[in-house]
Design a protein around this ligand. Structure first.
Ligand code: SF4
Length: 99
């Protein structure tokens, strides 16, 4: 049996595999709550949803948070982008990482 089978059959494990990982975040991200990690597939959704906070790294072909949200509306749009990201590359636990 393939060893990944048991992992993939566990919903909790799938979350551990797919959720954004602060350790794998792009260094371009502005310090703070939201960030993009290296799972980004450059689909453009977050930049469309929250253009005041997400932008594209043109050479690398990925998104990153260039400015942390500064008001409730921007926070809501960042959360919407995070929930819509097809590969769960956006995290919101940056403030909890002790930096
Ligand atoms: S929505 Fe996710 S995959 Fe798409 S560009 Fe943004 S971070 Fe990357």
């Amino acid at each position: 049996m393939h060893p990944w089978r048991d992992v993939l059959l566990s919903g909790k494990s799938i979350d551990l595999i797919t959720m954004a990982d602060y350790e794998n975040r792009y260094e371009d991200n502005a310090k703070g709550k939201f960030y993009v990690d290296d799972q980004c597939i450059d689909c453009d959704l977050c930049r469309e949803t929250a253009p005041e906070n997400f932008t594209r790294e043109e050479d690398g072909g990925y998104s990153f948070v260039f400015k942390q949200p500064e008001n409730d509306e921007e926070v809501a749009l960042c959360e919407e982008a995070m929930e819509g990201c097809p590969v769960e590359a956006i995290g919101e636990d940056g403030d909890e990482q002790g930096e």
